[in-house]
Write a protein that binds this ligand. Structure first.
Ligand SMILES: N[C@@H](CCC(=O)N[C@@H](CS)C(=O)NCC(=O)O)C(=O)O
Length: 251
């Protein structure tokens, strides 16, 4: 799974995406040659020293990584490698050492953790909202900010509903689970998308007239995680032109 996740990271995002600057270097604002988002890229003037700690997988850190990529802000992308032993993920020893040293306390000893100039932020969604705010991806006013927040929660509801059908992403699919997933793509997901389409803006963005965290969240739903790794996720968008346009903006 780790390989698959890392590969898709490389194909989905900017070429500088995997660039890992050394800590302490001045932050360099750069244009990121991401397809489709060039017109919405802003020059982000940013003096913060960012380090994002997570596993070498997309998981709960990927939306934050995309936020860095589309904003052209450099950060240290610290990843703990893992392999599968008897079907279960085994993380490199450095993870346990760093945990014991208290590096993950901001997320109750879990990951991701974002370090900003020495301060630590836990909880992936709090990190995403913070970065969106910092990078101008949280709307133009407080109403839009709330609408973006709501859109991200819609996406999270869909992801959670899928997770209930799928069960552990590490477990092999039983015949019963396969049946549930067939039904998910044939009936349940279209039901969600029909409603989400109506809640999506007409200009190629989920909310308002420019790229926001909401667009990145929708993109992640259909391209990352266990649902996104199923090709039916992206394929299902063809019936929903507004959702399709949003995902293409980020792609
Ligand atoms: N709600 C938290 C969940 C954090 C969480 O469960 N992280 C998992 C990885 S996705 C983790 O670090 N698991 C390893 C552990 O608990 O030791 C978030 O979104 O940040």
């Amino acid at each position: 799974m780790s390989t698959m996740l890392s590969q898709s990271v490389a194909t989905l995002t900017a070429s500088s995406y995997l660039h890992r600057p050394k800590r302490g270097l001045p932050r360099i604002v750069q244009r990121v040659p991401t397809r489709g988002v060039k017109s919405t890229l802003r020059r982000v003037v940013c003096s913060a020293d960012y380090e994002l700690l997570y596993f070498d997988a997309r998981g709960a850190a990927e939306t934050s990584r995309i936020l860095f990529a589309v904003s052209g802000v450099q950060y240290e992308d610290s990843r703990y490698k893992f392999s599968f032993v008897e079907g279960k993920p085994k993380v490199e020893d450095r993870h346990a050492e760093d945990k014991a040293a208290g590096r993950f306390e901001a997320n109750l000893d879990r990951l991701p953790v974002l370090k900003v100039n020495g301060s630590a932020i836990g909880q992936s969604k709090a990190i995403e909202r913070y970065l969106a705010q910092e990078f101008g991806l949280a709307g133009s006013n407080s109403i839009q900010a709330a609408q973006i927040d709501a859109y991200c929660e819609h996406v999270r509801d869909i992801s959670t509903a899928y997770g209930k059908e799928r069960g552990s992403p590490f477990a092999p699919m039983s015949d019963e689970t396969k049946e549930k997933i067939e039904k998910w793509f044939a009936e349940t997901l279209p039901g969600w998308f029909e409603r989400l389409e109506k809640a999506t803006g007409p200009d190629g963005f989920a909310v308002g007239e420019k790229l926001s965290l909401a667009d990145v969240c929708l993109h992640q739903l259909v391209t990352a995680g266990t649902m996104g790794s199923d090709e039916r996720s992206l394929a299902s968008l063809c019936e929903y032109p507004k959702l399709d346009a949003v995902v293409k903006q980020v792609h």
